[in-house]
Design a protein around this ligand. Structure first.
Ligand SMILES: NC(=O)c1ccc[n+]([C@@H]2O[C@H](COP(=O)([O-])OP(=O)(O)OC[C@H]3O[C@@H](n4cnc5c(N)ncnc54)[C@H](O)[C@@H]3O)[C@@H](O)[C@H]2O)c1
Length: 293
């Protein structure tokens, strides 16, 4: 069954969610407040589609032109009026998300369901902003979306069983398996991963080892696909920093104290792969792996 999906936020995650939805045959309204981001999405789509297919992503056989006929970009929230699902991917900042949800509820149908793509912010907090909080669910897509099979689905305090079922069905249409967990800041994935990414940044900060050495030990010693610093670069160091701040704020636990080096890099505009430089340097489209190892 084809849906109309409103993808809100067209950055690292929103762009790939939109691509994945269009490849699965859904119609997409891709919204961002920044026109430049939307234009970049449109011009990058053919290259992203080719690149992800080379990495083995299940994106069907449709050509880029065909996918583009199913995607409409917009900076106007009013264009999200007729959508069945919102998948929201704006900046990891509660204030920004609050403003977006407060505005969205004025435009979307009462029966629209909301998938919140957040790294760490509690779903219950966001659902409370909407008139039908039972229709709100966490959809923590993994990066890069087209090559990751699982989605961490988060049941908020109000999320009802119909919404969980609907989310499973929607995600299955994208070829994804849902793993349902309960609401808690950072859920499972990021409560774990941000500890090791932050500690890896501390290792660089303390001069214990260089990024390539740290990642190699983690990857080859423990059998992970990627090291913590190449993962942080892929996510975006600004998003990692904001997520650590959310974890620190909610748990009041010093283990989530952000490494000063990470903060300094973000202050300097070094935000990882999306900026061309993080713990490694990147070519224009370098897939999921760091190029500077
Ligand atoms: N990057 C990852 O690996 C990753 C993985 C899973 C979940 N997430 C979560 O997904 C969300 C998006 O992350 P990202 O990495 O794509 O961030 P990003 O910074 O790459 O993109 C955020 C986008 O939101 C847009 N935006 C900001 N304010 C807006 C507004 N008021 N209205 C419309 N658009 C607005 C920005 O213009 C930008 O294009 C975050 O909550 C993040 O925690 C990120």
């Amino acid at each position: 069954m084809a849906f109309v999906i409103g993808v809100v936020g067209a950055g690292v995650m929103g762009a790939d969610v939109a691509l994945q939805c269009a490849a699965a045959g859904h119609r997409v309204v891709l919204h961002d407040c920044d026109e430049v981001v939307l234009s970049r999405f449109l011009s990058d789509l053919p290259r992203s589609l080719r690149g992800y297919r080379l990495l083995g992503a299940k994106l069907g056989t449709g050509k880029a032109d065909e996918l583009l006929t199913r995607i409409r970009t917009s900076t106007d929230l009013a264009d999200l009026g007729p959508v069945d699902w919102i998948v929201e991917n704006v900046t990891e900042d509660l204030g920004v998300k609050q403003r977006v949800y407060s505005a969205l509820s004025g435009y979307c149908r009462p029966d629209t369901r909301y998938g919140v793509n957040t790294s760490c912010i509690p779903i219950t907090r966001i659902a409370a902003l909407l008139p039908h909080p039972e229709r709100v669910i966490g959809m923590h897509f993994m990066n890069p979306v087209p090559v990751k099979r699982i989605v961490e689905v988060v049941q908020g305090f109000h999320t009802d069983q119909q919404t969980i079922l609907a989310a499973r069905g929607f995600l299955a249409s994208l070829g994804k398996d849902a793993i349902v967990v309960q609401d808690s800041p950072g859920f499972v994935a990021n409560r774990l991963s941000h500890l090791f990414m932050n500690e890896a940044a501390f290792l660089v900060h303390d001069g214990v080892a260089a990024p390539a050495e740290i990642d190699a030990i983690f990857r080859d010693g423990y059998g992970h696909k990627m090291g913590p610093l190449e993962t942080a670069d892929l996510i975006g160091l600004d998003t990692v920093l904001r997520s650590l701040e959310v974890l620190y704020l909610h748990y009041q636990d010093p283990k989530f104290r952000c490494c000063p080096l990470l903060r300094k890099m973000v202050d300097a505009g070094i935000t990882g792969k999306k900026s061309g430089r993080g713990f490694y340097e990147y070519a224009e489209w370098s897939g999921t792996r760091a190029s500077g190892e």
